[in-house]
Design a protein around this ligand. Structure first.
Ligand SMILES: CC(C)(COP(=O)(O)OP(=O)(O)OC[C@H]1O[C@@H](n2cnc3c(N)ncnc32)[C@H](O)[C@@H]1OP(=O)(O)O)[C@@H](O)C(=O)NCCC(=O)NCCS
Length: 191
């Protein structure tokens, strides 16, 4: 049976539930080469420790228990360091200064339709809301969002407001990684 891709307007965003983490890991495995794809264990760790940073893109799907199907995701953890490290991929330090994005991915048939840009903007908007919460005034607000990318995807992140800070030292799979940073301190939430 040929699967029909629903129109991009039907895509909506919400936090991923425990039952959907497996699908996110499966999408990751399909989207990235084996030496770059994060493991299902890493996905479960991120969901358990940093569920507030694990956003999904969904389409309505009445046959599924929650009436929706995961078609993309963004997930992160937090680190006290000002730059992206491999360790940040498996350790979450709550209330620390850097939000390190580890995976952004859409199923193939949902790409290049503007959904990825909507998803990252929604993610950043939710991070700004989170930074504005009373709880963080005493515990510490994140100051930046960091991620690594190969050079071909840099334009996507630049359009979302990130700037390239340097060539990263992180070795993961093959090819050069560039570190991208979005400075939250420049936002009105800090003023
Ligand atoms: C990267 C990804 C999330 C982007 O989402 P998307 O829905 O395809 O992107 P959009 O359609 O929202 O594109 C927004 C803009 O970014 C640009 N862009 C998107 N993907 C790009 C890419 N791979 N390389 C360069 N530019 C890209 C688009 O050209 C578009 O520019 P425009 O507004 O001038 O037309 C998606 O393509 C994906 O899941 N790819 C596979 C996994 C991956 O590579 N993840 C990133 C790892 S660093």
């Amino acid at each position: 049976m040929v699967e029909v891709t629903p129109a991009s307007e039907t895509v909506f965003f919400d936090y991923v539930t425990a039952a959907e983490v497996h699908d996110a890991a499966d999408h990751e495995r399909k989207a990235f080469p084996p030496d770059e794809a994060d493991s299902p264990e890493q996905f479960r760790y991120r969901y358990t420790h940093a569920g507030h940073l694990f956003l999904g893109a969904f389409v309505p799907s009445p046959s599924q228990p929650k009436g929706r199907r995961l078609v993309g995701h963004i997930c992160s953890t937090q680190s006290p360091l000002t730059y992206y490290t491999k360790e940040s991929m498996s350790v979450h330090v709550p209330f620390s200064a850097s939000i390190c994005v580890h995976s952004i991915c859409l199923l193939g048939s949902y790409r290049r339709k503007g959904i990825g840009m909507k998803m990252i903007r929604e993610y950043l908007s939710r991070i700004r809301d989170y930074c504005s919460s009373e709880e963080l005034v005493s515990k510490g607000k994140p100051e930046r969002v960091l991620l690594l990318t190969h050079s071909d995807v840099r334009p996507f992140y630049e359009k979302a407001g990130f700037a390239c800070t340097r060539k990263s030292d992180v070795v993961l799979g093959t090819g050069v990684w560039y570190e991208m940073c979005l400075d939250l301190k420049a936002d009105s939430i800090y003023m």
